[in-house]
Design a protein around this ligand. Structure first.
Ligand SMILES: CCCCCCCC(=O)SCCNC(=O)CCNC(=O)[C@H](O)C(C)(C)COP(=O)(O)OP(=O)(O)OC[C@H]1O[C@@H](n2cnc3c(N)ncnc32)[C@H](O)[C@@H]1OP(=O)(O)O
Length: 193
């Protein structure tokens, strides 16, 4: 299959500033721990995605998603919704770890370029592209079976910075103590957009 192309739309879609990485953001080579043990993307969840991420050079976060039979849509092929989930996790990991600004996914778009068979590992490279106030734009490519394998998916996401009360009011009152990866205390986040 030749390299796939899709119609180009401007990205980020609004004027942005370059992302300012948090001074205590994990550096290149850091293997990131799961951010929450019950997270479907990175946690210890039965049939979850079991994604693992590492910080690379130049503000790129690399994540791996090993695709198993538990992740099928069509026989022998990964389910598209779970592939989108993997990108949500990978993009969120880049935003959360590099910027340390609490944010949630506002919009996620995914281009599915090639089928992803069971037994393959998706290598996702995610980066933060720009910031406009509370809006944080990130994008990622997913490669089959190696970091330079054929591109199977591309995704773009808008993350919206929220106050920490987003998690405690709408989710679990103990949310902050349940985040297993630093930062988990109010003072560890950059909460000023
Ligand atoms: C390490 C961590 C890894 C985690 C990976 C997983 C991450 C996730 O999956 S998070 C869970 C999924 N997401 C959610 O549940 C979010 C649910 N939505 C919400 O809570 C709210 O709609 C929220 C917070 C996104 C925005 O609401 P609110 O705070 O009222 O802000 P709002 O004014 O509506 O939007 C802020 C800006 O973003 C823009 N915006 C928000 N959503 C969109 C959208 N879908 N498309 C375009 N623009 C949008 C708005 O237009 C606005 O822009 P501007 O400032 O220029 O006017």
């Amino acid at each position: 299959m030749s390299e796939k192309r899709r119609p180009a739309t401007p990205w980020p879609p609004v004027e942005t500033e370059a992302p300012r990485f948090h001074p205590e953001a994990p550096g290149p080579g850091t293997e990131l721990a799961m951010h929450y043990a019950e997270c479907f993307g990175c946690g210890d969840v039965d049939n979850g995605l079991h994604m693992r991420s590492t910080v690379g050079d130049g503000g790129v976060v690399y994540s791996k998603f090993p695709v198993t039979r538990a992740h099928q849509g069509a026989p022998g092929l990964a389910h598209g919704g779970l592939l989108a989930c993997a990108f949500d996790e990978a993009l969120g990991s880049a935003v959360g770890n590099l910027l340390r600004r609490p944010a949630v996914t506002g919009k996620l778009e995914t281009d599915f370029l090639r089928p992803v068979p069971v037994g393959t590992t998706l290598f996702i490279a995610a980066r933060v592209d720009g910031v406009a106030g509370r809006k944080i734009y990130a994008s990622a490519d997913g490669h089959l079976d190696s970091a330079d394998g054929p591109v199977a998916l591309r995704a773009r996401g808008l993350f919206v910075q929220v106050g920490l009360e987003h998690f405690t009011n709408h989710g679990d009152p103990d949310a902050l103590s349940k985040f297993t990866q630093q930062p988990r205390r109010r003072e560890d986040w950059d909460i000023n957009p």
